[in-house]
Ligand binder design. Structure first.
Ligand SMILES: [Zn+2]
Length: 344
């Protein structure tokens, strides 16, 4: 499919992507100004049990946090991810013919990319997941790829897109890497309860930890098959249309993919809004992974551990539902493409 502002250069995709960022910061004033803003953002750090949550005051994210994502509002606005509507200064890298790697003009990270489908079609985890695995590998594991479900933080749920950020910037991602890398003993089992080892390692958060599900494998096909099974279980425990509510992450290191997802219970907390007792918090993947984005200064000043805990309690799958997911995963006969299962 044609895109007349393709960024082409020598070297691997992992080298080309930061070159695109540098060129766009140079040539696209909107991105340069946004980046200047990002470099001045203030952060606060909170401790929630064993986990760290960083709060980022980022006024540049107000449009995203306040985005109206109902069908009528989406139909009434020109889609900002359709290639014909992209700003004239925006260039992109055509990826595997059907995707366009773009610099995010409202960055949370430096650099921060949006990977947009060439065609206008809705967010779909089934379509996104294989591309996320390929992209994480094609970027040599230097970037973490993430996806917001259509009612779980996507500000353009009508246009399929992913995002990419440098690896291990998110607090929960760092904690995950530490957990996986540390040798575990019966006395110190870690906060992930691994329920399967082969052909795909599958685990869920232990009670008292942020609800999440983890998958690891060196096999792309087995991993996609196991993920499909996890999605089926999520749909049984908490049915939702068009797909189970979730935020999905993919990382790649040492020829092995790590996929983790946060099953969701709500799009936004009950106290979402612009009123004096409300908070402009619209959690997406980044937020549930421990980097909470607040576009309003007043929210940034008054947020505390109690409010953050409430945000996660309301928007993430409840511990009771996660236990039901764990039970189904641990006791099902099905696990992956070849049907062979080995419990941990
Ligand atoms: Zn579109």
């Amino acid at each position: 499919m044609a895109f007349d502002r393709s960024f082409i250069g020598p070297g691997s995709l992992a080298n080309l992507v930061p070159a695109l960022w540098r060129q766009q910061v140079e040539d696209w004033p909107r991105l340069r100004e946004a980046l200047d803003g990002l470099r001045k953002v203030r952060t606060r750090s909170f401790r929630l049990g064993l986990s760290t949550v960083v709060v980022q005051y980022n006024p540049g994210r107000e449009a995203s946090s306040a985005a109206k994502v109902d069908a009528a509002s989406l139909a009434a606005r020109p889609c900002f991810l359709c290639k014909d509507n992209l700003p004239k200064s925006q260039c992109g890298i055509v990826y595997r013919k059907d995707w366009l790697i773009l610099c995010n003009p409202a960055p949370i990270f430096e650099p921060h990319f949006t990977i947009s489908s060439m065609t206008h079609q809705p967010q779909s985890v089934q379509v996104a997941a294989p591309v996320m695995l390929d992209l994480a590998r094609d970027l040599d594991g230097h970037y973490t790829i993430f996806y917001n479900g259509p009612s779980s933080g996507a500000s353009a749920p009508d246009h399929l897109h992913l995002q990419a950020a440098p690896v291990a910037l998110l607090p929960h991602e760092k904690e995950l890497v530490r957990n996986i890398c540390c040798g575990r003993t019966a006395e110190s089992p870690g906060w992930i309860d691994w329920v399967h080892c082969e052909p795909v390692r599958i685990g869920v958060s232990r009670p008292g930890h942020r609800s999440a599900i983890f998958l690891m494998s060196r096999s792309r096909d087995e991993l996609l098959s196991a993920l499909e099974w996890v999605l089926e279980v999520l749909a049984e425990v908490r049915p939702a249309r068009p797909e189970p509510m979730l935020n999905l992450f993919v990382g790649y290191a040492d020829n092995c993919w790590t996929v983790w997802l946060y099953p969701r219970a709500a799009h936004r907390p009950s106290f979402y809004g612009l009123g004096p007792d409300e908070f402009l918090i619209s959690p997406g993947a980044v937020d549930v992974a421990g980097l909470l984005i607040l576009p309003r200064g007043t929210d940034f000043e008054r947020i505390n551990e109690e409010i953050i805990t409430r945000v996660y309690e309301e928007v993430l799958m409840s511990p009771g539902d996660l236990l039901r997911v764990r039970f189904k995963l641990a006791h099902s006969e099905r696990v992956g493409g070849n049907g062979v299962r080995r419990s941990c």
